[in-house]
Design a protein around this ligand. Structure first.
Ligand SMILES: [Zn+2]
Length: 397
């Protein structure tokens, strides 16, 4: 069984060991050591990286109680090796991990919530939590209160201790949740009153966590997923969000604090302008239709045929519909775009021919498709002019 040095000293990042077993496979080798400070992926905390005799460590796993290191290149059983652990990655994992304990503790104390597991392998650290009242999110005020309490705890720089208590001692400890293993239970205590079984790496004091931000809370398969960041991850996240907000504020000639209101005003202005543009487009379409010289259909109604350039479907539908109703006529129009053309056929109240079937056959014969009701139809055609001509002839005959 590999002696796990990180149990005793999570700050040990450089150590010597002996290779007890080596299994090469293509360009890699799996290495067993008599002792290791490399943390293997477990409990939601990813493995440590670093080097073993200068060979890059690319994975560390826990297998049947042993720690198996996967390295690039080769090493042989019996070799004495010097190992170095990547300090930045380890520190980051310790910060996320410790913040998880603190957050889980406060959720338990304030809400009686049960934290299931930790995930810190992605950019965002998360815990999944079950609340007695089944809630799946926290309010903004609750998040702020929780975040400030964790950060206050960090600032207090409370001591953290990890040890393997005897079964008798374990019974006396106010554990936050029951251990998931029966023996060799390792307890992590964060002063003053957080006790939890855990095999991970932790700092010596809460101050090493640096800071913690709760990103959000949302439902996740019936539980609440709390996303958070600790240490440098929180600093970087805060910086990138602040930078984005400041750039947006500068673009809008607004102050940082007025940004949400400035964005709201901009959205309102955009909605007003969009509405004005829609009205203007509709009026332009009506003017164009008025300029058309109509032909006469077999049922004695006028046929207005017109091709527009790049009109949007909503404006075309709206204006053509109003024009057909006003003039009690057939309106056959198209709008040409880069790829294909849009077709809209509408008829007035006393028109009797079915524009749905008319559009369907005209579109089909001119490289397109579409259809609709007897009174209104919509579609597309590769050859808009051909489709309109065919439809007009059909209405006239
Ligand atoms: Zn832990």
């Amino acid at each position: 069984m590999t002696e796990r040095l990180y149990y005793e000293d999570a700050r040990l990042l450089s150590f010597d060991a002996v290779v007890t077993k080596a299994v090469p496979s293509s360009e890699k080798t799996q290495i067993w050591l008599d002792r290791t400070a490399f943390y293997p992926t477990s409990g939601g905390q990813p493995y440590d990286t670093g080097t073993i005799n200068g060979r890059k460590v690319i994975d560390v796993d826990s297998v049947d109680g042993d720690v198996v290191h996967t390295i690039e290149g080769e090493l042989e059983a019996g070799e004495k090796v010097h190992c170095e652990i990547d300090p930045v990655r380890r520190r980051d994992h310790m910060q996320q991990h410790c913040a998880d304990h603190m957050l889980a503790h406060l959720l338990y104390v304030h809400y009686g919530a049960f934290t299931h597991g930790l995930h810190i392998s992605g950019d965002i650290s998360t815990i999944d939590v079950t609340f007695p009242d089944g809630r799946t999110h926290l309010s903004e005020d609750e998040i702020i209160a929780l975040e400030e309490e964790v950060n206050d705890w960090i600032t207090q720089d409370e001591p953290i201790k990890c040890w393997f208590p005897s079964p008798e001692e374990l019974e006396t400890l106010p554990m936050r949740k029951a251990p998931t293993v029966d023996e060799h239970i390792r307890v992590v205590w964060i002063a003053p009153d957080e006790y939890c079984a855990c095999g991970g790496t932790h700092p010596l004091r809460t101050g090493e966590v640096g800071c913690m931000r709760i990103i959000d809370t949302k439902p996740a398969r019936g539980k609440m997923r709390v996303s958070f960041l600790a240490g440098m991850r929180a600093v970087r996240d805060n910086r990138s969000k602040t930078d984005a907000a400041l750039k947006a504020a500068n673009t809008l000639s607004s102050s940082w604090s007025d940004l949400p209101a400035a964005v709201s005003r901009l959205r309102e202005k955009c909605a007003e302008l969009s509405s004005d543009i829609r009205d203007l487009r509709r009026k332009l379409i009506l003017l164009e239709l008025e300029k058309c010289t109509p032909s006469v259909s077999a049922d004695g109604r006028s046929i207005y045929t017109c091709i527009f350039n790049g009109e949007d479907v909503e404006a075309l539908r709206d204006a053509a519909g109003a024009f057909a109703a006003d003039h009690d006529a057939y309106v056959l129009c198209a709008s040409e775009t880069d790829s294909s053309s849009l077709l809209v056929f509408v008829r007035g109240g006393n028109c009797t021919q079915n524009v749905g079937s008319l559009l369907s056959s005209a579109a089909k014969a001119n490289g397109g498709k579409g259809g609709g009701r007897p009174e209104f139809a919509q579609g597309s055609a590769a050859n808009a002019e051909g489709a309109l001509r065919q439809a007009e002839e059909s209405l006239r005959s």
